[in-house]
Design a protein around this ligand. Structure first.
Ligand code: DP6
Length: 326
């Protein structure tokens, strides 16, 4: 089937420079604090949605495989929001592919739900502003709201559905940064972000982290707008360390790092002290995102590959907004 009930969209992954961790409202994904990220150009999800009268259930084909369970459930919840808004009753076939290896352990939910929100709303004939799309993507995965606008993006936390969405603070060409992602092979499966967010309030450090967030957001926004790499390095490492301190002091505690993760922290700090502009940040997993100006990415990549325990190194530049594709 083609025509108004189907659409394809593409959205990039993003890396948080100031992290989202913990919700004020878990069901609506209203975050405890605002966050800032950079879209990762070249690491994207392409998703096609086709609402079809003949389908008894929603179907999800993820990277070529029929997917059921929790993954399908989350997709159905987003499609239900679109159906409720538009009055469309058809079930949909959703075909989604990441162009980066799933074994790489890159969080794919941001790109996936940004692409799904755009493709599903468009397929259903619901025209949304960028703000509206960001709000819809947020319902699928919080960080997905930041993969709707382009370049450097800030998610203003807000306090309710209407005022919690992301906006671009600078376009991709504003600052030629790169993200060299050192893939560290994890020994065991991580606790997913959704479960992790729910544990954040059990850490006695979370309140301090959230109270200090406006200050870190301000430092990060200024560093990005002023292209001040040293200031950016200081704030993103502090923010990542603070989130992991919360994770490690939650009940039960979450420890995402591997030995190689810590080796990379040490190396990055040494390299920076000796003049190479690099800074680390880590999401809910063991892989380390090493942010650097584009001109030093090859050198950074080379040095990362020499660290024992580092497998592949993926390199991304600053990416654009989510978009419709043919
Ligand atoms: C550590 O957006 O993946 O990557 O809303 O439950 O899908 P859900 O969580 P998610 O959380 C991302 C957490 C993080 C930090 C960040 O990206 O800001």
């Amino acid at each position: 089937m083609s025509g108004i009930f189907s659409a394809t969209a593409v959205a990039c992954a993003n890396i948080a420079l100031v992290k989202y961790w913990g919700n004020r409202d878990d069901a609506l994904r209203i975050p405890a604090n605002g966050s800032i990220s950079m879209n990762l150009g070249g690491l994207f999800t392409r998703t096609s949605v086709s609402f079809q009268p003949s389908l008894p259930f929603d179907e999800l084909i993820l990277n070529g495989r029929e997917t059921t369970g929790k993954g399908l459930q989350r997709v159905t919840e987003m499609l239900d929001l679109v159906r409720a808004q538009t009055g469309l009753v058809h079930r949909a076939e959703v075909v989604s592919e990441n162009n980066f290896p799933s074994s790489a352990g890159i969080a794919s939910s941001a790109a996936a739900f940004a692409a799904l929100a755009l493709a599903a709303s468009h397929a259903a004939g619901w025209t949304l502003s960028e703000e509206g799309l960001s709000r819809l993507a947020r319902r699928g995965s919080g960080s997905a709201c930041r993969s709707i606008p382009g370049g450097f993006v800030e998610w203003r936390a807000g306090t309710r559905d209407e005022d919690s969405f992301a906006v671009s603070i600078a376009p991709p060409e504003h600052w030629d940064l790169a993200d060299c992602i050192a893939i560290v092979h994890a020994g065991r499966k991580k606790t997913g972000s959704t479960e992790g967010h729910a544990l954040a309030p059990t850490s006695p450090l979370q309140a301090a982290r959230v109270d200090d967030a406006p200050r870190r957001l301000d430092l990060c926004r200024r560093a990005v707008l002023g292209r001040d790499f040293d200031a950016l390095a200081r704030v993103i490492e502090l923010d990542s360390d603070m989130m992991h301190a919360v994770m490690q002091t939650s009940t039960p505690p979450l420890l995402y790092w591997q030995a190689a993760t810590v080796e990379i922290f040490r190396a990055v700090r040494e390299w920076r002290a000796s003049g190479l502009p690099v800074a680390y940040t880590v999401d809910a997993g063991p892989n380390v995102h090493v942010i650097c100006p584009r001109e030093v990415r090859a050198e950074t990549e080379r040095r990362l590959r020499e660290i024992p325990g580092v497998g592949e190194v993926l390199v991304a530049e600053v990416g654009g907004a989510a978009r419709l594709a043919d």
